[in-house]
Design a protein around this ligand. Structure first.
Ligand code: 1PZ
Length: 211
C-alpha cells in the first residue's frame, strides 16, 4: 500500500461503490475491503489468518471481474442476476460452483455487518471502553453465528491482541477524537446503506444462507 490507512479512504471507496440508482459497484466494494485489510495488517500478525481469508475472497471476485464473463460482474445486482440465471450458484450444498461470486461476496457482506456494529460501538465509546470487548460483542452479534467453533476460538484470541481505543483513534488518521467520531458517523451511514442494499437483494433472492 503506497498510502497509509485512513478512515476517510474507507469512506470514499464505499461512497464510490454506490451508483446513482443504488446499485453497488463490485470494484469499489472490493477497494473498500482492501483498505480494511491494509488496516488489519498494520495491527500485527495475530490477524493474518483473518486478513488472508479476506484477501482470498477479494481475489476470487477480482478473478471473476477479469474473466470472460467479467462484464456481468460490474455490480452486485448484475452479478446476482447473471449467476442465478446461468445456474452458477450452489444453493444448498457446495458442489460444482464452490466459489461463486454470490457466496463469496456474502462472506464479505456478513463481515461488513460486524464492521458496522463495531464502528458504532467505537463511535459511542468512552475512554474506559475496551476495544477487545467492543470487537467481540459486535462479533457475537453477527459473524459468530456463521463460524465454526474453532474459528470463533481463534478469533477470540486475536481480539485480545487488539490495541487500545486511543491507538484505534490514531490509526483512523482523521484528526482529533471529535473529528474521528464525526467521520465515523458519516462512514457508518454509508456502510449501513451499502449493507442494507445487499441484504435486501440477497433476501429477495433467497441467497442469505448460501453454503
Ligand atoms: C480489527 C480487528 C479485526 C477483527 C475482525 C473480525 C472478524 C473476524 C473474522 C474471522 C475470520 C476467520 C477466518 C476465516 C473464516 C472463514 O471460514 C469465513 C467463511 O468463509 P468460508 O469458509 O465459508 O469460505 N470467512 C469469513 O467470514 C470472512 C471474514 C472476513 C473478515 C474480514 C474482517 C475485516 C476486518 C476489518 C478491520 C477493520
Amino acid at each position: 500500500m503506497a498510502e497509509s490507512f485512513s478512515l476517510q479512504n474507507v469512506l470514499d471507496t464505499f461512497k464510490s461503490s454506490l451508483s446513482e440508482n443504488k446499485e453497488i459497484y463490485i470494484q469499489y466494494y472490493i477497494a473498500g475491503w482492501k483498505e480494511l485489510v491494509s488496516f488489519m495488517n498494520s495491527l500485527g500478525t495475530v490477524f493474518s489468518f483473518i486478513s488472508k481469508d479476506a484477501v482470498n475472497k477479494i481475489q476470487i471476485l477480482e478473478n471473476l471481474q477479469a474473466g470472460e464473463s467479467g462484464s456481468h460482474y460490474l455490480t452486485v445486482q448484475s452479478m446476482v442476476k447473471y449467476e442465478l440465471e446461468n445456474e452458477l450458484v450452489d444453493l444448498t450444498k457446495r458442489s460444482s460452483h464452490p466459489e461463486s461470486g454470490c457466496r463469496t461476496l456474502l462472506r464479505l457482506h456478513r463481515a461488513l455487518l460486524w464492521l458496522e456494529l463495531f464502528l458504532e460501538r467505537l463511535r459511542t465509546s468512552t475512554e474506559e471502553s475496551k476495544t477487545s470487548v467492543m470487537c467481540s460483542d459486535a462479533y457475537n452479534e453477527s459473524l459468530a453465528q456463521h463460524h465454526a467453533w474453532i474459528i470463533r476460538k481463534a478469533t477470540g484470541v486475536a481480539f485480545c491482541a487488539l490495541p487500545g481505543r486511543d491507538s484505534f483513534f490514531q490509526v483512523m488518521n482523521a484528526g482529533s477524537e471529535q473529528e474521528v467520531v464525526a467521520l465515523l458517523g458519516e462512514a457508518l451511514a454509508l456502510i449501513s446503506e451499502v449493507h442494507q442494499i445487499t441484504e435486501d437483494l440477497y433476501g429477495q433472492n433467497n441467497l442469505l444462507e448460501l453454503p
